[in-house]
Ligand binder design. Structure first.
Ligand code: ATP
Ligand code: MG
Length: 448
């Protein structure tokens, strides 16, 4: 079989072969090329040692030379070229205690996680597939190279990677591999939050984010997101709902676009519900206060999983306001936009639509109609350049200081009150009127 390789990759492989070494494209790129998907990057594996690579290639960067990885620069592009390697014993369930270079491609392929990730290709040799990866691609199966118990014992992250690849590719996990995950899921505890986060995000933004259910069934969420398991255990005896909290979330996930913030917001929007259940006089379950609690919990969870502040803040804002339903009037839409952030309102509406789509069919049309109308009003307000952000007020802090106010919290409070008034009455947003109003506020509060 023949595979199209980028010209740079062919050039690198040729240069290594001309110097008397073996070299192949390997891993994810071979898998993706066989599937007809565009590989995200091309990795190369070789019998050459890093010192050999330094003398063969004019431009290199030592990005991971202790593991045998040298980055080779060709034009504007960078390629990771790694020496065939055997991982030493894994003593901690996450890192090999040492790595040894080898001259054997087979040994290098044997250390890789799944059969579909353990294939190599070179134009001169064709496909090297020792563990049946091409077959498993055909059968749509994720299967460990070798004994799954041993492989997950070496690096526990591989268990979550199995679910991530299943979600990305729409594959299922082979029986023995699955059984081993169920048995060893607790070991995921040894893996760093950063590595878990990276796999979780790839799973969530995949075509099959509902594969989170598999992570739950196999006991993986119990380790890194036990709050998810509580959602799966919380039924919703309420006419708006037809699923447990957790199943509702699983159904809502794929109803938003595959974006990190959007998918995380769906994952976490009801995370506080299990702690908010009350049974009303009508005999129905209610979840009063769940958006606030969910936002608070989402913050803690995202801290724990080492998400950056910007992502955390965006997700928490969507979670906080997901259940607030403005009337489709100018005033309430302006207020809603000011709360969640005008830039974020379309995302909030997308989240609300997904939320509705994962509820009972009864009443759905009316709920969607309200959201459509809110969106129309929002578009109109934007077209009219109406003020929905403090930064869009016709005056700023400096103007108020020029009136004699002193910088500090008092000044912020004045701006907040001006903004409130403009949200109620947009016509007030002129320089003259706001300066007058600011003076009045200063007199009221004695800030002068
Ligand atoms: P993608 O980059 O598209 O997410 P990938 O298969 O390239 O997928 P990477 O994490 O970039 O995944 O890893 C590259 C290759 O390295 C894999 O295909 C696999 O052969 C090997 N590999 C990566 N992580 C592990 C691991 N934890 N255990 C064993 N082998 C691994
Ligand atoms: Mg990769």
């Amino acid at each position: 079989m023949r595979m199209e390789l980028p010209r740079d990759v062919i050039q690198i492989i040729d240069a290594l072969q001309d110097a008397g070494f073996e070299a192949y494209a390997v891993g994810g790129c071979v898998r993706d090329a066989l599937l007809g998907r565009a590989p995200s990057d091309w990795d190369i594996t070789t019998s050459a040692f890093p010192d050999d690579m330094h003398s063969i290639f004019p431009r290199t960067v030592d990005t991971g030379v202790e593991h045998g990885t040298v980055t080779v620069l060709v034009g504007q592009n960078a390629y990771e070229v790694t020496t065939y390697r055997i991982d030493g014993p894994y003593e901690d369930g996450r890192h090999p205690s040492s790595v040894t270079f080898t001259r054997s491609l087979t040994e290098d392929l044997r250390r890789r996680d799944f059969t579909i990730n353990a294939m190599a290709y070179s134009p001169s040799e064709g496909l090297v597939d020792i563990f049946g990866g091409a077959d498993d691609l055909q059968r749509k199966i994720i299967r460990c190279v070798g004994n799954p118990h041993d492989r997950f014992g070496e690096d526990a992250l591989r268990m979550l990677r199995a679910v991530r690849f299943a979600a990305q590719l729409g594959f299922s996990i082979d029986g023995a591999t699955r059984d081993a995950i169920r048995e060893l899921s607790g070991n995921l505890e040894k893996v760093s939050a950063e590595r878990i986060q990276a796999e979780l995000v790839k799973l969530l933004v995949s075509d099959n984010p509902e594969e989170m259910r598999t992570a739950w069934e196999l006991g993986l969420t119990a380790v890194f997101l036990p709050e998810f398991d509580r959602m799966m255990d919380t039924p919703q005896n309420n006419r708006h709902h037809c699923y447990s909290v957790g199943e509702h979330v699983l159904h809502a996930l794929s109803a938003v676009r595959p974006d990190k913030v959007m998918r995380l917001a769906v994952l976490l929007h009801d995370i506080g519900k299990p702690d908010c259940v009350t049974v009303g006089e009508d005999g129905q379950d209610h979840f009063h206060g769940h958006p606030e609690l969910s936002a608070q919990m989402a913050h803690g969870i995202m801290r724990r999983l080492k998400f950056d502040n910007d992502t955390t803040e965006q997700v928490c804002a969507l979670v906080r306001w997901h259940d607030t339903r403005p009337e489709p009037t100018d005033k309430s839409v302006r207020r809603m936009a000011s709360r969640v952030g005008a830039e974020r309102l379309p995302d909030l509406l997308e989240l609300q639509r997904a939320d509705v789509m994962a509820q009972s069919v009864e009443g759905r049309a009316e709920k969607l109609e309200r959201i459509d109308k809110v969106e129309e009003v929002f578009e109109k307000l934007k077209a009219e350049n109406q003020c929905m952000k403090k930064s869009e007020l016709a005056i700023n802090g400096h103007d108020i200081i020029a009136l004699g106010a002193s910088p500090g919290p008092g000044l912020g409070a004045i701006i907040d009150r001006l903004f409130e008034q403009v949200l109620d009455e947009p016509d007030l947003n002129t320089r003259e009127q706001l300066l007058e109003l600011a003076k009045a506020e200063m007199q009221k509060t004695g800030t002068e």
